[in-house]
Unconditional design. Structure first.
Lengths: 249, 377
């Protein structure tokens, strides 16, 4: 039996008094790829934010266990250091911080949290270059300020680079396909697929089946009105594409 | 300033020298306006008048000014007497800047005029250090001349530790010259530093200002673009200590066509520290092809810190490209969350964000990096 990685039970979340998640259940085991699809306002981004530990989301009942630990009260950095990574739908711009410096800081932080020595500068440079090459990014990009002046596609590639560098056990891809052209979608999905192994899992949040064709999921869930209303195999994504979300409400 | 102080200053004026009558006239201008106070000052700066009352000895003393580098025909630094300088040089600031009492006080009463002539390209950075010696009034003046086509870098360190320093620095940039100024202000006393830059055709000035005062400090920069295609920029990192004031006034006059000017500030404010940033751009009606930018960001790390920002553009023709922006507030929560979601804690995330904003002006290789407060180095 596969090792359980994420277990969400009867999760109820409200934001500024408004109930968003209303009894959500989800179970992800190691070495699985799950996809959550759903209409706008269903609670997809709230789910990813709650999993990442963002403040101002009130978990009124239910539980979230990640790697066997209750993470409801953990801080974002603590959750990250357990091995959860969220690729943001709208990554923010951080002026003055180069991508290279940022990657070095977060990589060192993760290694420190896991009781490992940081890489030497040359070791790290080779490590980052190897990951950047997978995504078709050259050294000039690494010198740029984090997301500053980036196009939507460049931001998503940069998220994928961070994902590859941190090598998490669970990666949440929050609408990573939005803003990517066909070629960029190929590069990013191939990069992500390349790190998928028996020691990690993915949760893909998307509106469209295009990304799921590139990274085929084991399970597809439909999130509507704050809970999972249907789960199934990859065929469910085709069903949604044909019928829309309305028929699942 | 007290009557006693005025008497002292007047006594000083009675000394015989070449321009006694002109200086008395300028002193009268100063007396009419008086030291900047909350009542008369143009904006939200600290009250210099009340600070001046604390100066015990209003006899004028010389600041201690030192300069690095070997003197030569091509790099000459010397102390000049007023009689050594022609009136058109000595009173030049009065042609351009009106109703500026600190300037008038310096011009009328200063006994300390230092001149630096740079006549060849300087590979080494020239370091000028200004210090004070006791609770006195200091009125130093420095004139820096950069010859035609010459490039130089200057590190200017203001380390005044006591008294009231009213410093006047003038930079004359001849045609095609380039000057980089790295200013480090770490004064512990009350400081007013007035900088005037005269820019000739195709000259370039880049000033990076790191201001970490531990008292009350005012930096004034008047950039006078006298000829076309001249460029000037002044970017400030302001990190005043707790309970300190840092006032920054940038006044740019684009008096000829095709000139460009940029000014910006990143202020990091904590525990009752106050920063005021005023940036003025004046573009004459007959001047075309001008470009100007003003960019202000203030980060308030505590509820009792204050940032005042006033971008102002006086533009008298349509052929310009100008932009300005000002953002004041605490650090962006979304940015902090983004960084924390990558595994670094909140404190580290805040530090990274602030360092990032500092790096916009003071990069890893900048000479000013070593002068940043410990937390930001």
């Amino acid at each position: 039996m596969s090792k359980e990685l994420l277990n969400i039970k009867d999760l109820h979340v409200d934001v500024e008094g408004k109930k968003i998640l209303k009894g959500l259940n989800l179970n992800i085991n190691m070495n699985e790829i799950h996809a959550i699809m759903g209409p706008n306002g269903a609670g997809k981004s709230v789910l990813s934010n709650v999993l990442s530990g963002k403040e101002n989301y009130n978990v009124s009942s239910g539980s979230i266990k990640f790697c066997g630990k209750d993470i409801v009260d953990l801080l974002p950095n603590e959750i990250s250091n357990l091995g959860l990574f969220m690729a943001f739908q709208y990554p923010v711009e951080i002026p003055g911080v180069t991508i290279m410096n940022f990657l070095k800081t977060i990589h060192e932080s993760k290694r420190k949290a896991n009781g490992n020595e940081p890489f030497s500068p040359s070791e790290f440079l080779n490590y980052v270059r190897e990951k950047a090459e997978i995504l078709g990014l050259d050294d000039d990009v690494l010198k740029r300020q984090l997301n500053v002046g980036f196009s939507g596609g460049e931001k998503k590639r940069n998220e994928a680079l961070q994902l590859l560098v941190l090598d998490p056990v669970l990666a949440i891809l929050d609408e990573t396909d939005s803003g990517l052209d066909v070629d960029a979608l190929d590069i990013v999905s191939n990069g992500i697929k390349g790190i998928n192994n028996k020691n990690n899992s993915f949760l893909i949040i998307t509106h469209y089946k295009k990304l799921l064709e590139k990274i085929p999921p084991n399970k597809v869930h439909i999130l509507a009105d704050g809970k999972i209303v249907k789960s199934g195999g990859p065929e469910l994504a085709h069903e949604i594409e044909n019928k829309g979300f309305e028929s699942f409400n | 300033m007290t009557n006693l102080a005025l008497d002292n200053l007047e006594k000083n004026l009675k000394k015989e020298d070449t321009y006694k009558s002109e200086r008395i006239g300028i002193f009268e201008d100063f007396v009419k306006v008086g030291l900047p106070s909350n009542k008369v000052d143009r904006w939200k700066y600290f009250d210099l008048s009340s600070k001046a009352k604390k100066v015990k000895n209003t006899n004028i003393k010389d600041s201690i000014i030192s300069i690095s580098g070997k003197k030569s025909d091509k790099l000459n630094f010397y102390t000049a007497q007023k009689k050594d300088i022609t009136p058109d040089i000595y009173f030049k600031p009065k042609e351009f800047i009106k109703n500026e009492p600190m300037l008038d006080l310096n011009l009328s009463c200063s006994n300390q005029v230092n001149i630096l002539d740079i006549k060849s390209d300087q590979e080494e950075i020239i370091t000028i250090t200004i210090e004070s010696d006791g609770e006195n009034l200091y009125l130093p003046r420095i004139i820096i001349n950069i010859d035609k086509g010459i490039s130089a870098k200057i590190l200017l360190k203001n380390l005044s530790s006591s008294g009231l320093t009213n410093l006047l620095i003038e930079y004359s940039l001849e045609k095609d010259s380039n000057l980089e100024i790295y200013r480090f202000n770490n004064s512990e006393s009350t400081l007013v530093e007035t900088n005037i830059v005269y820019l000739k055709e195709r000259s370039n000035l880049n000033l990076i200002n790191l201001s970490t005062p531990k008292g009350s400090s005012r930096f004034q920069l008047f950039s006078l673009h006298l000829e076309s295609f001249s460029f000037s920029s002044c970017n400030t990192i302001s990190i005043p200590s707790d309970n300190s004031n840092d006032d920054i006034l940038i006044d740019n006059s684009l008096m000829n066509s095709d000139c460009e000017n940029k000014s910006g500030i990143r202020a990091i404010l904590d525990s009752k520290s106050i920063c005021s940033f005023q940036s003025l751009i004046y573009i004459k009606d007959s001047v075309i092809g001008s470009k100007a930018e003003q960019d202000c960001k203030g980060f308030l790390l505590s509820d009792d810190s204050v940032m005042n920002a006033k971008p102002q553009m006086n533009i008298f023709n349509d052929d310009v490209i100008c932009k300005h922006g000002a953002t004041i507030g605490s650090l962006d929560k979304q940015e902090i969350f983004y960084l924390c979601s990558r595994g670094i804690n909140k404190e580290e995330a805040e530090k990274l964000l602030l360092n990032g904003h500092i790096s916009e002006y003071i990069n890893e290789n900048s000479i000013l990096r070593d002068y940043l407060p410990g937390d930001f180095r």
